[in-house]
Structure formats: C-alpha cells, structure tokens
Ligand binder design. Structure first.
Ligand code: ZN
Ligand code: ZN
Length: 245
C-alpha cells in the first residue's frame, strides 16, 4: 500500500512537472524535477549575502573599508533618526529577479525564501536583539489595491516567525510618491518627504522599532519612516532590508 502511495505521488509529481514545468526565476531555464529551489544551481551561486565591510550606519558595502559611506559621512552633523540599517543580499541581476517576481509577478511564496535571509541579518547584528516591534514600510493604498499585498508586511511576518518579535503594521503612506527607481539621491529624499503617517502612536511609544523593507537604496524611505516613528515616541528606530542596492 505504501509503495502504491509512493508510486502515485511520483506520478503526480511527474504530471505536474509536465503540465507546469518550473523554470528558474532568473534565467528561465527548466528546473530539474523535484528541485524545489527558486533558482537553478548556476543562478543560486550568484546570490551574494552581504559579508565584510559595510557603512556603520546604513550597511552599504564598502569595498575600500572606512567607517561610514560617503552619504552618511556628509550628514554626520545631522543625526539620523534611523540609526542602523543592515541588509541580506547584494542587489545583483539575480536577486533583483527574485524581488521582481515577488512584487510584480506576485509569487508571494518568495517571501518565505527571504525570511531566513532577514533572520540571518538579524542574528549577525546584536543591535537588533533589543527590538520590541517589526514595522513594515508601507505602500500607498492604491498600490495595495492593485498589487493585493504589501511585500514588506509579508517579509516582516516571515522574520517575526523566526525571531519572535511581533509585527506592528502601524505606518501608512499617505502621499502617492513616484517610484524611487529612476530618481537620484536628493530627488529620492524629496520624493518621500512627508509621505508617511503613524496610525497608532500608543503602539510605538517608548519602543525600539525595526523597519522592514524589500530593497534599501539610499535609505531615504527608511529615514523618512523613522522621522515619523520617532515623533510618535519610538525610542529607537533601526532597519533591515532583504536587498541592498
Ligand atoms: Zn537560472
Ligand atoms: Zn552609510
């Protein structure tokens, strides 16, 4: 009987593969049957977890070392509200494909691929251990309607399941901002200025909060969220992103 079940399961597997051959999310090569990875072995090798020297504040990889990246150094006199950011993967064509499939092609199960990477980033940095809450970077409600989910909330839930810190979805994006992708550093900061509100000040008052986002580029979005959380009474605001551009 057991043998029959195994045979049946195998047949189901083969049939599924025949009907819906799974392909690598980056190079689209057919995946070997039974390979549950999102990427083919060659692309999987191209994923780079951030190790080595990074900016002390924003976590940007620094090829030549130093304590702070150029942008954080320039602003040193003006203290950042988001005091510490770290990210999981380097932004490469392969990691970009995964985020793209997750956000735009709505393969939401990719969130469970990123969760352990966020957790690894968490574990590597004791700064996060005192956190009380995980707060996802919000998307505007019109985008939420068209996409159907906030990718940052799914990531925050995934991380929460591993680190045990609860999620508080307390921020809203009130202004419909332009996509940050095509904008330079200053334009990005201006684009998100005043774009967020805190919906539940009591929840964040006196708390150490970790912002969660899919991609961090200039950290302007996290900084703007942190300004709002700090003025709502948060004690400390840190950030984790899945990717670092
Ligand atoms: Zn591939
Ligand atoms: Zn920096």
């Amino acid at each position: 009987m057991d043998k029959f079940k195994v045979l049946l399961a195998g047949a189901k597997d083969r049939l599924l593969h025949l009907l819906f051959p799974r392909t690598c999310f980056h190079c689209r090569v057919d995946m070997a049957r039974g390979d549950k990875n999102l990427l083919c072995p060659a692309c999987l090798k191209e994923l780079k977890f951030i190790t080595g020297l990074v900016c002390r504040r924003c976590g940007l990889p620094l090829k030549d070392g130093g304590a702070l990246c150029f942008a954080c150094r320039k602003r040193r006199s003006k203290r950042f509200k988001c005091s510490f950011i770290r990210s999981g993967l380097e932004f490469t064509p392969v990691s970009r494909s995964l985020v793209h499939a997750f956000k735009y092609e709505k393969y939401i199960h990719i969130a469970s691929f990123f969760a352990p990477l966020l957790y690894k980033t968490w574990q590597n940095n004791p700064e996060f251990f005192e956190a009380d809450l995980l707060v996802p970077v919000p998307i505007h409600k019109s985008r939420l309607r068209s996409r159907g989910f906030n990718q940052a909330l799914l990531l925050a839930r995934g991380l929460s399941g591993l680190c045990g810190v609860p999620v508080a979805d307390v921020l809203a994006r009130c202004a419909k901002t332009k996509s940050q992708t095509a904008l330079g550093r200053q334009a990005r900061a201006a684009n998100v200025k005043g774009a967020f509100v805190c919906l539940d000040k009591a929840a964040v008052k006196g708390r150490a909060v970790v912002l969660i986002d899919d991609v961090c580029t200039t950290s302007a979005t996290m900084e703007e969220c942190a300004i709002v959380l700090k003025s709502a009474g948060a004690r400390e605001v840190l950030g984790i992103s899945a990717l670092r551009e």
